[in-house]
Write a protein that binds this ligand. Sequence first.
Ligand SMILES: NC(=O)c1ccc[n+]([C@@H]2O[C@H](COP(=O)([O-])OP(=O)(O)OC[C@H]3O[C@@H](n4cnc5c(N)ncnc54)[C@H](O)[C@@H]3O)[C@@H](O)[C@H]2O)c1
Length: 361
Amino acid sequence: MSTDAQEYMNGMRPGPLTREIPECMRDKYTIVQTVFDVLAFLVVAIGYVIQGIYRSIVGHPKKDLKGSIALVTGGGGGLGSLIALRLARLGCIVVLWDINKQGLEDTVKLVKGVGGKCFGYVVDLTKRDDIYRVGKQVNEEVGRVSILINNAGVVSGQYLLDTPDHLIQRTFDVNILSHFWTVKAFLPAMIDHNEGHIVTIASMAGHVGVAKLVDYCSSKSAACGFDESLRMELEVKGVKGVHTSLICPYFIRATGMFEEVNSRLVPTLSSNEVADRVVLAIRTNEPLAVMPAYFCLLLPFKWLVPWPCISDLIRGLVPDAAPESMRITHHRVKPEEIGDVGKKDSRPMTVVPPARHEREV
Ligand SMILES: NC(=O)c1ccc[n+]([C@@H]2O[C@H](COP(=O)([O-])OP(=O)(O)OC[C@H]3O[C@@H](n4cnc5c(N)ncnc54)[C@H](O)[C@@H]3O)[C@@H](O)[C@H]2O)c1
């Protein structure tokens, strides 16, 4: 080990902390400083916990979103369209991005039907250049986006070794890489105005692994990491006006994704309930929303109990996570077929029926 490194480890190397301190005191000062830092952290942490308890009893103040421009990716159906409707009702100007032209047109009509202002753009989120190009177009035609909701998602729903490479690539392109490009397109203006909100719709699948969802779970896990590290970066840079929210729902009923998934014990979530929760997280600047909320208490057990317990629990809860159409047909979809569905069809999700949602919105 070099003398420099050794001195550094001993706390002897002149640095911001030790420069002014007499040599004989340096080690002691480092210990005193560390104890002080830990105590200070504990006091501040207790303060935040008390504030959190107070807020959960009294409620959080809610932001007024009137006049904000909100962009929802995957807004042409499912959860995205329900979020769009709610934001429009709160007075937001809503911009929808989706690869599904028909779905987009239907949602724009739906939002306009409730008196909202809505603009739809056909964008393929697997194409970075499309994202940057249409991002510029939105800035010019609609205005500065201050709420970005990265909601679009796809799932392949097969065992890893049965999943064609291009579907794995698509899962990562849509479920996580597109978040990098959309954030790079809209975050700079949010920082300039010190005002903005970035929402990542991830999943409980970002926290636990499930068979037949290897590509999906790993992309959602990346989405969780994306949100947390982006939030940290904004804090380190001192950007106080731009917030991020990570949304982690369990399976949702009646969207185009996990059609009638085989879930035991834990009921699947209503898509309206999830859309309400997303909007609440935005209005209260909540960093994390897990649904159902009691999963927050279960998650730490993952690190505490032996793996066979976790494995049995997850396999018991979700005996088969594949979308229904792939289960009942028992038809091993050939790569060429899936490629066709992905290319010709405007439904980019899976080989499942078109996105739809519950009757009441
Ligand atoms: N459905 C569930 O059980 C569930 C559970 C947890 C998390 N989520 C997440 O919630 C989000 C919304 O899912 P959903 O259930 O509404 O699914 P959905 O299939 O109903 O909607 C997804 C939307 O994304 C769009 N999309 C897909 N690929 C695209 C691409 N390349 N370019 C542009 N748009 C594209 C689709 O056209 C569709 O409108 C997803 O991120 C999903 O992973 C869903």
